[in-house]
Design a protein around this ligand. Structure first.
Ligand code: A2P
Length: 303
């Protein structure tokens, strides 16, 4: 099978990360091995999982049976909030590497801030710093952090996160946050990069804007038609050209392959500007002390 070679971005510590990876959020464990296997076969070399997704074991299984050397695949996972605190997060790392069947990770990030229990968030990040110093992690970062969360973190820790993984698609572009990342040298990593979240029932992107699904967006489809590409491919190319890491999720082999076929066309300045203009500045992400309490109840099983 012909494999696509994926370009890389360089993180703030010099480590290279493939520009596009496979996301396995909401991929049931039973479908994870085939999805990751299909991705590695067509040329993906970056898999983004999380302790809370419950599929680390299957990600590891697929990577091992691919025949690829460990260092050829960039493995990223996340510490769940019930494992925050210094000692707990050190143990969370041990759980994740045991489930993945590896002895180091390319990138480990905090799944989301616990703004109402930030001391535990700091403790967990300090554990990542220790694991990084010990060579168990090649890079460390965060996810779903706001500008304020990043400032709080910087006051109490020493290493600037290599990435902040946040909801980011044409209807939710997080422009102030992206500017802050650029100032700090943090790579913006997009979750729901093709707006998967916008097809979920109940998603609302503001009273003045009735659009629901990014995939049906007329502008994205017009641009796609001009390049013989889908709306999903246009969105992924837009991320790439604007320097963002993207981790589209799919369990379908043809969509997994389609999402990687974005290195043979280029969006022009006008097309990029038309996509930029689709922003609603609305994010589905909104945590609170109440949701923090709920999230910490969910425990990550031992390996
Ligand atoms: P499936 O897994 O059945 O392919 P996001 O990563 O932005 O949240 O998007 C994930 C969602 O988009 C999933 O529902 C996934 O479904 C679907 N999806 C992934 N790739 C494509 C594609 N190229 N075209 C249409 N839908 C896609």
């Amino acid at each position: 099978m012909n494999q696509t070679s994926v370009p890389s971005f360089t993180l703030n510590n010099g480590v290279e990360i493939p520009a596009l990876g496979l996301g396995v959020f909401q991929t049931p464990p039973a479908e994870t091995v085939q999805a990751v296997t299909a991705a590695l076969e067509v040329g993906y070399r970056h898999i983004d999982t999380a302790a809370a997704y419950g599929n680390e074991r299957e990600v590891g299984q697929a990577v091992r049976s691919s025949g690829l050397a460990r260092e050829e695949v960039f493995i990223e996972t996340k510490v769940w909030v019930s494992d925050y605190g210094y000692d707990q997060a050190l143990h969370a790392f041990e759980k994740s590497v045991a489930k993945l069947g590896v002895d180091y990770l390319d990138l480990m990030i905090l799944h989301q801030p616990l703004a109402s229990m930030f001391d535990r968030t700091i403790g967990a990040y300090r554990a990542l710093e220790k694991l990084y110093a010990d060579g168990r992690l090649r890079a460390i970062g965060v996810s779903n952090f706001t500008v304020a969360d990043l400032a709080n973190l910087a006051e109490h820790t020493g290493i600037v996160p290599a990435v902040n993984q946040v909801e980011l698609h044409p209807y939710s572009q997080r422009k102030p946050l992206q500017q802050r990342h650029a100032q700090l040298g943090i790579l913006t990593q997009a979750w729901s990069p093709i707006g998967g979240i916008t097809f979920y029932p109940g998603y609302t992107n503001g009273e003045t804007d009735a659009r629901r699904s990014t995939l049906e967006d007329p502008v994205l489809n017009q641009i796609g038609a001009a390049h013989h590409k889908s709306a999903a491919q246009v969105m992924l190319r837009w991320h790439l050209q604007q320097g963002r890491s993207a981790i589209p999720k799919s369990v379908n082999p043809s969509r997994i392959a389609q999402n990687l076929a974005i290195f043979d066309f280029e969006l022009n300045h006008d097309e990029l500007a038309r996509i930029d203009a689709l922003d609603t500045a609305h994010s589905t992400w909104n945590a609170s002390a109440e949701t923090d309490q709920r999230y910490v109840q969910y425990q990550i099983p031992e390996a």
